[in-house]
Design a protein. Structure first.
Length: 381
């Protein structure tokens, strides 16, 4: 499944899926910092050999963490495979009982290896006294205490990040459902307007109505599959507009003159489907059709302060001739505003104004900068 703003998401991806190297290295870096802090604390307490204290802390702490973390992941994977519905195991946490086994087992295995490694590197035995059993036991206890503390720290951080990931996924899913609902409302609205035009044309000019019906079938065949996607290129959006205007030209004839301006470097820019069509419908229905001689419809795209400006301009009767507020509160315009808010938040806008100085209306959509993510297009949020 893909998220509303173009991209694989909707379901929360389990941290157990895919490679674990990157988060493992991040935890390793945090663990190394903890080990250095423990080494400094031991040196401050004993005032003997700063380098030796830090070396022992790193040589013991890093293997302990590695044994514990790797065993935790392996156990969590096995538990998740046995019970996929287990949320803690899904996020790499096997539960405190298994975690206690991982901690004790990891320390028991890694501690003697770390001591031998530190002794080989520094040439110094376990501090504070030469290899005494109390010193060995006290350092073992310290290692165990630090391992428990680190495990709890990573467990708490993982719960916070997991909760945040689930919250973000829920928000994306809600936005996706909202967009699908808006699009599902918009498509019948466009079809209803087209059929209403066709019905009027049947009585006035049956051959033209037949031609319009043929165009409608071709338009629906080309558009329905495209309208089911959540993102498509600006070139595809302009192609659908051209199909629609070809359909309207059967009804209006030479009274409708259309012009497109799409720079080549913007053709691949991602936009939601059917974003401009409601504005084009609005311009024809309220601007050009009421005009005796029809007029010109221009659709253009351009860069605007790093973002994208989409303009639908007509030379029709203008806002002053429309029923009060109709241009600002029509169904299509409201749908465009809601879709912009759902996809881009407050970073996109729709402005409707008199074209000036002559008659007509201009509708401008301002979109933020977009980036390409793999095979999907997404707004740069």
């Amino acid at each position: 499944m893909s998220d509303p703003i173009g991209r694989p998401t909707a379901a929360v991806m389990s941290p157990l899926a895919g490679p674990q190297w990157r988060p493992l290295l991040r935890r390793g870096a945090v663990n190394a910092v903890m080990c250095i802090a423990v080494g400094l604390a031991v040196y401050a307490a004993q005032r003997q050999h700063l380098g030796v204290s830090i070396a022992y802390s790193l040589c013991i702490g890093v293997p302990c963490w590695l044994f514990i973390d790797v065993s935790r992941i392996l156990v969590a994977r096995r538990l998740h495979a046995a019970d996929p519905g287990s949320t803690p195991a899904r996020y790499g946490w096997p539960g405190w009982r298994w975690m206690a086994v991982c901690v004790v087992g990891g320390v028991a295995l890694a501690y003697p290896l770390g001591v031998q490694l530190a002794r080989a590197l520094t040439g110094h035995p376990v501090q504070p006294s030469s290899g005494s059993l109390p010193a060995y036991v006290s350092l073992l206890g310290l290692s165990l205490a630090v391992a428990v503390g680190a495990s709890y720290f990573f467990y708490s951080a993982n719960r916070v990040s997991s909760a945040d990931a689930e919250a973000q996924a829920a928000r994306r899913l809600a936005t996706e459902h909202q967009l699908r609902l808006l699009q599902a409302q918009l498509e019948p609205h466009m079809l209803f307007n087209t059929l209403a035009n066709l019905r009027a044309l049947i009585a006035l000019d049956p051959p033209a109505a037949q031609a319009m019906l043929d165009r409608l079938i071709a338009f629906l065949r080309a558009s329905l599959s495209a309208s089911r996607t959540e993102w498509h290129s600006l070139a595809a959006e302009f192609a659908r507009l051209d199909d629609y205007l070809q359909l309207m030209q059967v009804r209006m004839g030479p009274r409708l003159q259309a012009h497109f301006e799409l720079p080549a470097d913007l053709a691949a820019e991602p936009v939601p489907p059917l974003l401009l069509q409601p504005l084009v419908e609005n311009a024809i229905q309220h601007g050009l059709e009421p005009a005796v001689d029809g007029g010109r419809l221009e659709v253009s795209a351009a860069r605007d302060d790093g973002g994208l400006k989409l303009v639908v301009r007509d030379t029709g009767v203008g806002l002053q001739s429309a029923p009060a507020g109709r241009h600002h509160t029509g169904f299509g315009l409201e749908q465009v505003r809601q879709r912009l808010a759902a996809v881009y938040g407050g970073r996109a806008s729709l402005r409707l104004a008199a074209a000036g100085p002559g008659p007509g209306t201009v509708a401008e959509i301002h979109l933020p900068h977009t980036v390409r993510d793999g095979t999907a297009d997404r707004p740069d949020r």
